[in-house]
Structure formats: C-alpha cells, structure tokens
Design a protein. Structure first.
Lengths: 152, 152
DNA sequence: CGTTAATGATACCATTTGAGTATCATTTGT
DNA sequence: ACAAATGATACTCAAATGGTATCATTAACG
C-alpha cells in the first residue's frame, strides 16, 4: 500500500528541480543527469506533465520545460490525480450494485473519514512547500553552495 | 490507491459475521451463503486467518471457525498486516542504497507524518467497533429483529 | 539550407500484485 | 463407511506499475 508511486515521485523531483533553476527552460537531458532517472521514463513523465498543463514545453534546440504556474500552486494531489488516476482511499471494493448495504457500511464510513484527513494534509504539500520554491525568505540562507534537492 | 483490498474486506465481514453468531463455530458454507463471497476464495481467507491465529478451527462434521479472541481485540490493522503485508504508506520508492538523500527527504517526512495519523485512526477500528461486537450496552436496543451487518 | 538538439506521439514489454479457482489430503461426527 | 467439514498447495487471469524503443516534428544555429 503505497501512497505515491514512482511516477508521482519522479514528477515531484523533476518539478522541484525546474523550480530551483532560474532558467527559462530546463531540458530533459539536464534533469536526467541531475536526478538519475532513466531517460525514456523521465521523458514520458515530462510529456504527461506537459499535456496535463503543469509544464510548458518548447521544442527545438535550446528547448525544454518550464513550470506553467507558480510552485505554490503545484500540489502533490495534482500529481497523484494525474499518475494514479484516483485519490480515493476508499473505493468500496463492491462496485455499485453489488453491495447490498452500501449506505450504512460502517467500514466505509470510517475509511471515508480517514480519507478526508489524508486529503487535507496532502493538499498542503506543494512543490514550493518541499523546500525548493525559492521563497525570498527561505532561499539559500547566506550559504553559497547550491543545496541538494530535498525530495529524496 | 486503496486503503484496504478485497481480502481484507472479506476477512472483516467474515469475522464480523462470526462475532454476531452465538454459536460455538461457524462453517465456511454458512458464511458463503450469508456474505455472498465466492466459496474457494473465502475458504482461503479463512484458512489464512486460522494460520495467523485470529480464528480457531475445528475439522470434521459440525466443524467450522470461531474467533480466537474477543472482537475488541481484532483490529483492522491486524488484517491489513496479514493480507497486505505492509502498512507503510511511505515505502520510499528508492529502496535503501539508491536514494542519495534519504535522510532529509522532505517528501518522505511529510508522508511519514500522514502515515502516523492514518495508523492511529486505523488502530481504532476493530470487529467490535464496526457494530457487531455484541457489547451488552449497545446490542440490539430493544428491537427484536436481527440487524444487518454494517460492514458493507 | 542542413544538421543537430530538443520535444511529441505511440506502441510495446516485463514484473508484480490482486483476485479467484481447483484439487487432493486429512479429520471427525454419525 | 460415509459425509461434512477444514488443511495444504498449486495454478490461472487480469490489471497496474515501471520501463523501453521508435519515429515524427519542431526550431535554433552555423
């Protein structure tokens, strides 16, 4: 039972990496080198992020990817929705009709409640909140070396 | 992303059903009829619950299964542990060595925290708490019909 | 222009896990 | 002895995850 999959995790890293760079755009090649993610896989992920509107891409030489909105507005839940196609923890194993007792299922109610909590917390996690949103207030406090990504 | 799988859910229903009966033991056949779970599948689940010590079984004619401890002490987390072999939501996708930055991974920390919350809540759910633990205080408050399982 | 460095679009493959089936052996009450 | 039960085990099937491969398209630059 994993809360996030590799897709989601890689996407998070890539987005954080882009956020840290102050460039117009960051190429897949650069991210492969920096993040040690298999190239074809990362490319696929970046393409998905593009088509989903989280990244803008520019083709051709010198091209690459850039965030299409501010890091504060890119949430972990966005990525989960994209790569894990649902965010429901509950997904009653009895699809619709089958369960005779769907409305007063005690277990379902409990899990629904837990799900609400989890969602609330997940919605608080963004690219920015993971420490690379270059908030003026927090960024690189006087140290001159670039710090490593804090997304493991 | 499901919090519980069908195995776990079926096991929960079966255990609740047994808890509701006041018999010495309940046979698989009876539960198949009552819970509409495919027979071989339920049998496998019951066998697992037996071998894991949650049920005591008696073979031969008139045999069946009985809870091996009180409903209050059979937790949802027990079942998750048995049928989903881990309860970790985090399971950093980078197994051990691979992740260069495991100790100060911001994402991991966030998810760890969420996991602790979820666990705390899950540990509050037992066979008894799902409404079929025949607590003297709550059971069948004056009504003479047996109420349906509240596990959907 | 033509080359080269980039992304876009697709199609494919391998492994794992979840969900369920099938079969035979063993035990035990009548 | 027989029937009704569980024990043990091996197998199948489908979906999801994780990843690869290939060709097409675009655009800067010399």
């Amino acid at each position: 039972m994993k809360l996030i999959t590799r897709n989601t995790d890689y996407a998070m890293r890539a987005l954080c990496h882009i956020a840290k760079q102050r460039k117009e755009s960051v190429s897949a090649a650069e991210m492969v080198a920096a993040l040690k993610i298999p190239r074809p896989f990362l490319r696929k992920i970046l393409q998905t992020l593009s088509s989903e509107g989280l990244l803008r891409s520019t083709k051709g030489q010198g091209g690459g990817f850039a965030l299409s909105r501010s890091p504060q507005k890119i949430l972990l839940t966005d990525l989960i929705r994209i790569f894990q196609n649902t965010i429901q923890l509950n997904e009653c194993v009895f699809k619709k009709k089958l369960c005779p007792n769907r409305n007063n299922c005690a277990l379902k109610k409990e899990i629904d409640a837990i799900e609400q909590d989890v969602l609330k917390r997940l919605r608080g996690i963004s690219i920015a909140s993971l420490g690379n949103g270059h908030h003026p207030a927090r960024s690189n406090q006087g140290k001159c070396h670039v710090h490593h990504s804090s997304v493991c």
